[in-house]
Write a protein that binds this ligand. Structure first.
Ligand code: HEC
Length: 138
C-alpha cells in the first residue's frame, strides 16, 4: 500500500513538473529506449519489430483493457523487469531496471551510493510509467 501511495504521489509531482518542460524526462527516455520496438505512438510499429520473434503488445490499450484503470504497478514492474511474480517465459524486452541501476552506479559522482542508484532507477522507471500513461486511448 505504501508503495502505491508513494508511486501515486511521485506520478502527480512528475506530471505537474512535466507540464513546464518541453519534453518530459519520461518522453525523452521513451524515445531513446522504447520507441524502436513499441513505436513512437506506442502501438507497436517500431523499426526493431521485424527482428523480434513474438508479437508486440499495443501500449495504448493498457488502460482500456484494464477496465479503464491505468495499470501502474504492472507497467512499472514490466519495465523494471527484476521484480518477482509473473512468469514471462522467454522475454524479448530488455530488463531496464538493471540497466538504470548500472547507469546510476556508474554516474559521474564516485560517491554515488547504492541508495542513490536505486532512487535514480526508480525515478527513471516512474517517469517512463507516467509517459506510457499519457499514450492511452479510450
Ligand atoms: C527490444 C524491443 C523492446 C524494447 C526496447 C522495449 N520493449 Fe517493451 N516489450 C517488448 C516485447 C516483445 C514485449 C512483450 C513481452 C515480451 O516478449 O517481453 C514488451 C512488453 C512491454 C509491456 C507490457 C505490455 C503488456 O501488454 O503487458 C510494457 C508496459 C512495455 N513493454 C514497456 C516498455 C518500455 C516503457 C520500454 C522502454 C524502457 C520498452 N518497453 C522497451 C519489446 C521491447
Amino acid at each position: 500500500m505504501k508503495h502505491i501511495v508513494t508511486t501515486a504521489v511521485a506520478l502527480l509531482v512528475m506530471s505537474s513538473a512535466a507540464a513546464f518542460a518541453q519534453q518530459s524526462i519520461g518522453q525523452q527516455e521513451y524515445m531513446n529506449s522504447c520507441a524502436q520496438c513499441h513505436g513512437v505512438d506506442g502501438t507497436g510499429g517500431g523499426p526493431m519489430v521485424g527482428y523480434l520473434t513474438g508479437s508486440m503488445p499495443d501500449l495504448t490499450t493498457l488502460q482500456s483493457e484494464n477496465d479503464g484503470v491505468f495499470p501502474v504497478t504492472k507497467v512499472y514492474s514490466v519495465i523494471d523487469g527484476t521484480m518477482a511474480g509473473g512468469s514471462h517465459g522467454s522475454r524479448e524486452m530488455p530488463i531496464w531496471g538493471n540497466r538504470y541501476r548500472f547507469k546510476g552506479a556508474a554516474a559521474a559522482n564516485p560517491d554515488f551510493s547504492t541508495d542513490e542508484a536505486e532512487t535514480f532507477t526508480r525515478f527513471r522507471i516512474l517517469a517512463l510509467t507516467e509517459y506510457v500513461s499519457t499514450l492511452q486511448q479510450d
